[in-house]
Design a binder for this molecule. Structure first.
Ligand code: SAH
Length: 357
């Protein structure tokens, strides 16, 4: 019998499940609280041993475990490889800021979007993550933090690991609702960012959910011609359509949109592209996050020098576009999307042996 994943349930659903399995309803609240505190059945001390054994046989409390971790010597950033129950694994990155602890989580194993610069998509998609697994990534990181820095918990979440969140729409929405359940993990949706490569119809759907999350859009180009060179999804929706959806998002939520822009040598990083970008974003309530492309071994695309970043930023600022250079964290631990998973997978298969864990 397939065991039931409890971490994806709301408190009401868990209470229902508990009742359907012949237990008193108040157990639902207890178990829900334990799960959201990262506990496994053995640790649920207010349940009898028999009950815990019964639960273990029927259900799963925690859906992700840390398989590998690498801590950056540069800035304390930690890159995790989370093991899922079916043997798949996904990445997450924990970053410590002055304002709190941010965790970047994955929403799919692999990705089917095919962006040319991205390591997560090299082998296509394997499967969607469930809401319980997404929550499980945070709970696993919280367990890690509990050992390292007691009392500290993940306070901010970005859906920027492997996968396209809006290609796994229903589970992502369910996950977002879980974050604000009573007696649950209680992460404010204002501290959550959802990043998309620009799946326009789902951007409208998200705007209508009434969830105060920040929408990040991986734009990476000031026009469709360049965008199509980098992102196959640009063949489905134009930048004009994306920006219209962003305006709608801003109007519905009152929140500014963040544009991600990976500067790629010889492709999108010149003064002309900076001016063009400023032109298309003029008057919009937005912010641009610049990041030098993280070169991926399997792709022949290159990042840019610090000077190029500065010049691009200056042009945007001159044109009154709010922009910053995204701090690159964990540069020494393969911070870029999909890289750790790939290096661990290839290590396992013996393709490479130059990596230390
Ligand atoms: N699918 C979503 C979220 C995952 S990717 C999206 O496209 O937004 C998270 C961010 O990392 C995206 O902005 C993506 O374009 C960027 N990214 C992926 N590979 C990168 C690389 N090699 N260098 C810099 N940024 C990269």
């Amino acid at each position: 019998m397939e065991r039931t994943e409890l971490s994806g349930m709301t408190r009401a659903e868990l209470t229902e499940w508990v009742r359907a399995n012949g237990m008193p309803a108040f157990r639902g609240k207890q178990i829900f609280e334990w799960i959201h505190r990262g506990a496994d059945f053995d640790e649920m001390t207010n349940l009898s041993k028999n009950l815990r054994e019964e639960l273990k046989a029927k259900a799963v409390a925690q859906s992700a475990e840390i398989q590998t971790e690498r801590q950056s010597a540069l800035d304390g950033t930690v890159k995790f490889l989370f093991a899922l129950r079916d043997g798949n694994c996904v990445e997450g990155v924990l970053m410590r800021y002055k304002y709190g602890v941010s965790l970047c989580i994955s929403t799919q194993v692999g990705c089917r979007m095919g962006c040319r610069f991205c390591a997560s998509t090299l082998e296509g998609i394997i499967r969607n993550l469930t809401a319980g697994e997404m929550l499980g990534e945070i709970l696993a990181a919280d367990r890690y933090l509990q050992k390292q820095s007691p009392g500290v918990k993940v306070s901010h979440v970005v859906l920027m690991g492997s996968g396209e969140p809006l290609d796994n729409y229903d589970e992502v929405i369910r996950f977002l609702h879980l974050l604000r359940e009573e007696d649950g993990i209680r992460i404010s949706l204002r501290n959550v960012s959802v990043s998309t490569c620009g799946i326009v119809p789902r951007m409208y759907d998200l705007a209508r959910e009434g969830l105060p999350v920040t929408l990040c859009v991986s734009l990476h180009a000031p026009n469709d011609e360049i965008r199509k060179q980098l992102m196959p999804v640009a063949r489905s929706w134009s930048i004009k359509e994306i920006l219209e959806a962003c305006r709608y998002y801003i109007q519905e939520t009152g929140r500014r949109v963040i544009f991600e822009y990976a500067l790629t040598d010889g492709i999108n990083a010149g003064r002309q592209q900076a001016e063009e970008l400023a032109d298309i974003l003029r008057g919009m309530q937005c912010h641009v996050n610049l990041i030098p492309l993280n070169a991926v071994k399997e792709r022949n695309l290159k990042g840019v020098t610090e000077e190029t970043v500065r010049a691009f930023l200056k042009t945007l600022e001159e044109k009154r576009i709010s922009a910053t250079r995204r701090r690159e964290m964990g540069d020494d631990i393969e911070g870029a999307c999909g890289q750790l998973r790939r290096s661990v997978i290839t290590e396992k298969t013996g393709d490479r042996n130059d990596e230390k864990i």
